[in-house]
Design a protein around this ligand. Structure first.
Ligand SMILES: [Zn+2]
Ligand SMILES: [Zn+2]
Length: 449
């Protein structure tokens, strides 16, 4: 709220909230009467700008969020409201806490010993310092001392802000198939989804996605799922993910240092994985391509940049274009591919002009960084040669870049690379990047399956 608009009503902004202003009763009555007259005369209900977090003439804008996060509810090392606070105070607009096979609901106590073992000796003190003894619930003494993990329904009121910060209920459905970890995030769920398993990787992926779809239908609620870290344990192959056509999203970037983001001698990088899977889908299956999400998969909130192997917050996120900061608007935009993934580069505009068949980007500058945009495409197999996958078809430097499709491409996408590293790199030599979604493919696909 802005001070000048509310002061007429007898309140002033003190920097922390609204507090009564000493004013004469007569003055208050006069100003209240004046406001009523004005309201009746103009049909006006709120002073313009006083409620700018949710304007009526909403235009689409970018909302920053992380869809993959852990807390003490599973194997993270901090309290859920402390984790939410980390993101809220760093410019994020939405957050999905996605603990393994659990939703933060009901009454759950954890031994303080366990909490300290996870988060270090100061973890409880930090929690107390932030939210105070009236909020933190403890019971028992000595070895029996326990602390309550608050459910989302109780703590979301503490961190959410209309039009500014939103919590989205989520879970990491953590399954195994053929001895391999198959993890799928489901965002905006109403109740936990138990992993369904399967004889093969594809069966498990599809089975869990059917469970997500069933819940969405039962609840009448939009839920979005995405496959996590395909190279973790090299569990999923590009062919698996291509065939699991219920899957529409996957993690093109995951900030956990143990997920083999760059592949190895025998496995493609996750980015090349994306191009292989999408080429199989478009060239052979005539199925829609996968959209790429970036996430933190954060577990460790008490280590610092430079300390190796921790999965810290703030490394991967999505920017979603929507008119409103509500779970449904965020989920719908994700489903439509109206978002990009980032590990540190901000894009001001990304637009695909269907009639001109052109993909155009405008990059948000940051400090002295310079930017290189690579346009990457795949091409169908012909009688003479196999499919060409993940080919760099054009490169541009500077803050704007565009590419006009020739008509030969199965799709094109863009990756922007900064000259600068991200603030907390996952590996030596990492550069901040952004990934836009594949475009130019819709004509070849009958519809999403
Ligand atoms: Zn996982
Ligand atoms: Zn995870």
């Amino acid at each position: 709220m802005k001070n000048e608009h509310v002061s007429a009503g007898g309140f002033r902004h003190n920097g922390q909230g609204l507090s009564p202003r000493p004013a004469s009763t007569r003055g208050q009555k006069a100003s209240a009467l004046w406001m009523l007259v004005l309201a009746l005369a103009t049909g006006w209900s709120l002073p313009a700008g006083a409620d700018e977090a949710v304007p009526a003439d909403t235009a689409p804008r970018w909302w920053k969020g992380n869809l993959h996060t852990h807390t003490l509810w599973s194997d993270g090392d901090d309290f859920p409201e402390m984790v939410a606070e980390w993101y809220r105070t760093r410019g994020y607009h939405f957050l999905a806490l996605s603990d393994h096979n659990v939703l933060a609901v009901g009454n759950r106590w954890m031994a303080e010993q366990t909490v300290r073992k996870r988060g270090g000796d100061e973890v409880v003190d930090k929690y107390l310092a932030r939210f105070g003894p009236a909020w933190v619930e403890r019971r028992g003494e000595g070895e029996k001392a326990a602390i309550r993990l608050k459910p989302l329904a109780e703590f979301r009121c503490l961190v959410e802000e209309r039009g500014r910060f939103l919590m989205i209920p989520a879970e990491e459905i953590s399954d195994r198939a053929a001895g391999k970890p198959i993890h799928t995030n489901a965002s905006n769920i109403v109740e936990p989804i138990q992993p369904v398993g399967g004889r093969t990787v594809v069966e498990a992926i599809q089975g869990n996605l059917r469970a997500v779809r069933d819940q969405a239908e039962r609840a009448g609620q939009e839920i979005v799922a995405h496959l996590n870290h395909p190279n973790f344990g090299y569990a999923v192959t590009p062919a698996d993910l291509a065939q699991a056509t219920l899957e529409q999203h996957f993690e093109v970037f995951n900030g956990h240092p143990a997920v083999n983001q760059r592949g190895d001698d025998e496995h493609p990088s996750v980015e090349m994985f994306w191009d292989i899977a999408n080429t199989i889908r478009l060239d052979e299956l005539h199925a829609a391509p996968l959209f790429g999400i970036a996430t933190d998969d954060s577990h460790d909130y008490h280590s610092h940049p430079g300390e190796p192997k921790a999965s810290r917050p703030g490394r991967g996120w999505v920017l979603v274009r929507a008119t409103h900061l509500t779970p449904e608007h965020i989920v719908r935009a994700l489903k439509q591919g109206d978002f990009y993934a980032s590990s540190g580069v901000a894009v001001r505009e990304v637009a695909f002009d269907e009639s001109a068949r052109a993909l155009r980007l405008e990059i948000e500058p940051a400090g002295d960084a310079t930017y290189t945009t690579r346009f990457i495409a795949s091409f169908a197999a012909t009688d003479d040669q196999p499919a060409r996958i993940g080919v760099e078809v054009a490169t541009a430097t500077g803050l704007t870049a565009s590419y006009r499709l020739t008509g030969e491409e199965l799709y094109v996408r863009a990756r922007v690379t900064s000259s600068e590293p991200p603030h907390d790199p996952c590996w030596e030599g990492q550069r901040a990047e952004a990934w836009t979604q594949p475009v130019g493919w819709r004509a070849g696909v009958a519809g999403r399956q």
